[in-house]
Structures are given as C-alpha cells and as structure tokens.
Ligand binder design. Structure first.
Ligand SMILES: NC(=O)c1ccc[n+]([C@@H]2O[C@H](COP(=O)([O-])OP(=O)(O)OC[C@H]3O[C@@H](n4cnc5c(N)ncnc54)[C@H](OP(=O)(O)O)[C@@H]3O)[C@@H](O)[C@H]2O)c1
Length: 254
C-alpha cells in the first residue's frame, strides 16, 4: 500500500488531500498541531475508506516538530511515497506592522518546513526509484506584495529546481497554486475581511483544488494552477510589472 504524508491535514485543503488519497487506496500519515482533530479525521477516514491512517501531531514552526516529521519520512519501515507540504497560514499584516515572532513562524511553516521535509523524504524515494513531493503554493506567488507572497514564490522556484534535479530518477516534484479557497484560512480576525471583499464566484472548493493537484502529481507536471480563471489571472499577473502588483502598504497583507 502506497503511503502519503500530508501536513496541515486537520482542516481545509490538507483534510481534503487526506480524504482523496485515502479514497484512492493510499494509507495516510496526518500531520498538524491539534492531536484531537487529527484523531477525529483519522477515525472517520479509516472507517469510511478502509485505508490506514497514522496521526503525527507536530508544530512545524518548531525544530522539534519538523524533526519528528523528518524522522517519519526517513523511516525504512512503511516508507512514504508522497509528501504533501500543505500546512500554512496568513498573518494579515504588512512587514512594517508584523511582529518578528509572526514573520519567523510564517517563514518556518512555508519555507523551512517544506525544505526540511523534502530533504528528509527525497533520498529514500530516489533510492526506491519512485515517489513525489507536492508543495502547496498560491496564486499570491505572482503578486510580490508580501512576505507570504515571497514564500509562495519560493515554493514554485524550489519545486522547479527539484523537478530539474529529479529528472530520470522516477521521483517528481509538483507545485500547486490555488486561488482563494473556502477553508479555515480566512477565519482569523486579520483575514476575515477577505471573505466579503471578494465575490462568491472567485472562491474555489477544496475538492476541486485537490483533484487538480493530485492529477498533476500523477502526470508528473511541475506547476499547476487549478481553475481556468486563476490560470488566466496567473498569466496576466506574470505579464504585469511588479510595481503594479506590489501595491501600497495597506494592501500588503496576507
Ligand atoms: N485557503 C486559501 O484561500 C488558500 C489559497 C492559496 C493557498 N493556500 C495554502 O493552502 C495551504 C492550506 O491552507 P488551508 O486553506 O487549507 O488553511 P486551513 O483550513 O487554515 O488549514 C491549515 C492547516 O495547517 C495546519 N497548521 C497550521 N499551523 C501549523 C503548524 N504550526 N504546524 C503544523 N500544522 C499547522 C492546521 O492545523 P492545526 O491548526 O491543527 O495545526 C491546518 O490543518 C496553506 O499552505 C495556504 O497557504 C490557501
């Protein structure tokens, strides 16, 4: 049975990744901070799909949390063949208004953790001659207007570098760039304003984003933007000078 490890699997896109992978016959390793919520997801998912689910509670903004997950990824027993680097959050403050603790946590969850976990997972995958890493980026990668956007741009560049280095190994790397998705992401006071600032039609369902991302992994595609509308928006944003998308300080929140 192929095993997939999903970070941020207690809610939103990560929970949907876990469901779709378990439904497709994968056993799953579920990572997030909340042990109770992970147990609930694992129990329901196991009884509905018959696939196995391990829970691995870890805070990926800490060295201890990252190393616990890295240890699972380097284990020879029940090796992981798909790593989904999905856990993430926004802080809703510009760099000039944020605290250092917020910026450090944001960097750790979006950059240090995916890099550490890929570094742990890839040697085993390459030795076995198969496997995949999926990094959850964002259309914000095209905006260049915040540290969040810079981290999501890094995820695309990192994935493309990995894809080049992995060519011919049987292991692939994919970055998915979702637009706005209906999840818990915008629940915080700092981000909830986005729910009414953007009209209903631009919000995607997690199911659609995850289906598109997993299809890209199966094809070995390096970069995918779910939904035609966001793919078009991405092409336009790439063509627009960054001084336009960078915006003013009041817009630099995510
Ligand atoms: N929703 C959107 O509009 C959107 C758009 C583009 C990209 N994305 C990206 O999609 C990914 C998933 O976001 P989502 O929308 O599904 O958000 P979500 O519903 O808030 O889920 C976030 C997940 O990450 C976990 N997480 C948060 N902090 C963590 C930490 N320190 N250590 C370990 N796990 C942690 C959360 O679990 P715990 O709280 O239990 O730890 C939860 O399972 C993120 O990388 C986000 O940047 C989202």
């Amino acid at each position: 049975m192929a095993i997939a490890l999903v970070t941020g699997a207690s809610a939103g896109l990560g929970e949907e990744f876990a469901w779709q992978l378990a439904t497709a016959g994968h056993d799953v390793v579920l990572v997030a901070r909340s042990r109770d919520r992970l147990s609930e997801v694992a129990e329901v998912l196991t009884s509905a799909t018959g696939s196995g689910a391990e829970i691995l509670p870890a805070d990926l903004t800490t060295e201890e949390g990252r190393e616990a997950v890295a240890a699972r990824l380097t284990a020879d027993e029940r090796p992981v063949s798909l790593l989904v680097n999905n856990a993430g959050f926004g802080i809703g403050a510009s760099f000039l208004d944020s605290t250092w603790d917020q910026e450090r946590a944001l960097l750790d969850i979006h950059v240090t953790a995916p890099m550490r976990l890929a570094h742990a997972a890839l040697p085993g995958m390459v030795a076995r001659g198969h496997g995949a890493v999926l990094n959850v980026s964002s259309v914000a990668a095209h905006l260049g207007n915040s540290t969040y956007a810079a981290h999501k741009r890094w995820a695309v560049d990192f994935t493309q570098a990995l894809a080049g280095q992995l060519a011919g190994t049987g292991v692939t790397a994919t970055a998915v760039l979702p637009g706005l998705v209906r999840t818990r992401f915008h629940d915080s006071d700092a981000l909830s304003h986005m729910r009414h600032e953007f009209p209903e039609p631009v919000w995607l369902d997690p199911e659609r984003v995850v289906t598109s991302a997993l299809a890209a992994v199966r094809r070995g595609q390096t970069v995918v933007t779910p939904s035609v509308g966001y793919a078009l928006a991405g092409s336009v944003l790439r063509a627009v000078p960054q001084r336009v998308t960078r915006g003013r300080r009041s817009q630099q929140r995510d």
